[in-house]
Design a binder for this molecule. Structure first.
Ligand code: NDP
Length: 342
């Protein structure tokens, strides 16, 4: 096997990236992960080891989404780049550009470097938030890869905007730039499944918030869910399958409410039962409270919404079998308990 990496995974320190890296390594590929600093390299090696992969063929390069430095070296000699890195904070900044700029400009930096290096394919980690918020869809609409969020909607959070704008910019670039890699976008819903270490994603931070008793009652919001193990397989399948360049894949199986997440937390950790939300707030109460509490404004577009969606394409094209929402959330809670983080 060549000593050069076949695959580059950006944002190697991320929750999802560790699973993607482990999946590539288990399948015999060499991987170069990008980090903002080498300080997290050992933690990533340990994490992929815990996931049953040998980190012997894992190397690292330093590159930050906010600057050009390092990206050419990071992607050199790769045949595939999987771009997962993007800011994903639990609370939203006042200035949306704080998230949009690294998401969009960082994605373009990765794509420019990949084009220079004649990389054949880029797999972009987008999100269902870049699908579920177009304008003017009827309530009964079944969302799918055909839908694109309208980033001009005034009710979008900064994170939703950042993911949508980054994905659209990536399609514009790959479709208009001669020699650009073929792109495949993976659009996961809320990613659950086991945390592998204490460097938690927003996916798991939410349980810590619930476990602290911060929310005695929950707004009635529902979101599609998926398991990190399935999302990782989707990325790896998308890396080499022929004939899927230009496709998007929505990855999700079932839905959970915030209240439902709390119920799972209480079921798995009975000592936390008194901390989780006791009931769902009526929508009118949330709307009223949001006039005083800006944090609540981010949930307003979700009130009373249950989004029907199709996950048929990822099953057909990429051969995935998806774990259900309850299984994914239960695995998340159990892992946090095992790690003594809740
Ligand atoms: P994490 O927060 O665990 O990972 C985010 C990664 O992006 C980290 O490696 C982080 O590096 C890196 N990153 C952030 N800002 C920069 C920057 N300026 N330069 C370089 N790297 C940066 O989140 P997840 O693993 O959950 O998310 C991974 C991807 O999946 C993201 O693109 C996210 O939008 C997407 N996604 C996640 C979902 C979820 O529910 N978790 C759902 C749908 C999509 P560092 O460790 O240095 O901070």
């Amino acid at each position: 096997m060549s000593s050069e990496p076949q695959v580059v995974v950006t944002g190697a320190s991320g929750f999802l990236a560790k699973y993607i890296i482990a999946e590539f390594l288990r399948r015999g590929h060499s991987v170069r992960g990008t980090l903002r600093s080498m300080g997290k390299a050992d933690a990533v090696r340990s994490a992929v080891n815990r996931l049953g992969a040998d980190p012997g063929r894992l190397s690292f390069a330093v590159a930050d989404l906010t600057t050009d430095a390092g990206w050419d070296d990071a992607v050199a000699a790769a045949s595939v780049v999987v771009h997962t890195a993007s800011p994903f904070p639990i609370s939203q900044p006042d200035d949306a550009e704080i998230l949009i700029s690294p998401a969009r400009d960082g994605t373009l930096r990765v794509l420019r470097a990949a084009t220079k290096a004649s990389v054949a394919r880029v797999v972009l980690t987008s999100s269902t938030v870049a699908i579920f918020y177009p304008s003017g869809r009827p309530k009964e609409h079944i969302y799918s890869e055909e839908d694109f969020t309208d980033e001009t909607r005034p009710d979008l959070t900064a994170y939703f905007k950042s993911k949508t704008i980054a994905e659209k910019a990536a399609w514009d670039f790959t479709e208009s730039t001669p020699g650009a890699p073929k792109m495949v976008a993976i659009n996961p819903s809320f990613v659950q499944g086991p945390a592998v270490d204490s460097d938690l994603s927003t996916s798991h931070e939410l349980y810590r918030v619930l476990a602290k008793g911060t929310y005695p009652a929950a707004p009635s919001i529902m979101f599609p869910v998926t398991d990190v193990r399935d999302v990782a397989v989707a990325h790896v399948e998308a890396a080499f399958r022929p004939g899927i360049g230009g496709q998007r894949y929505l990855v999700g199986e079932g839905q959970l409410t915030l209240f439902g997440l709390g119920r799972i937390l209480a079921r798995e950790c009975p000592d936390l039962a008194s901390k989780v939300p006791k009931f769902e707030l009526p929508d009118f109460a949330v709307r009223l409270a949001a006039t005083f509490d800006r944090k609540l404004q981010t949930v307003l577009p979700e009130l009373g919404q249950k989004k029907a969606y199709s996950n048929a394409k990822v099953k057909t094209d990429l051969g995935l079998t998806l774990r259900g929402a309850d299984e994914a959330a239960t695995a998340a809670v159990r892992s946090l308990r095992d790690l003594r983080l809740i």
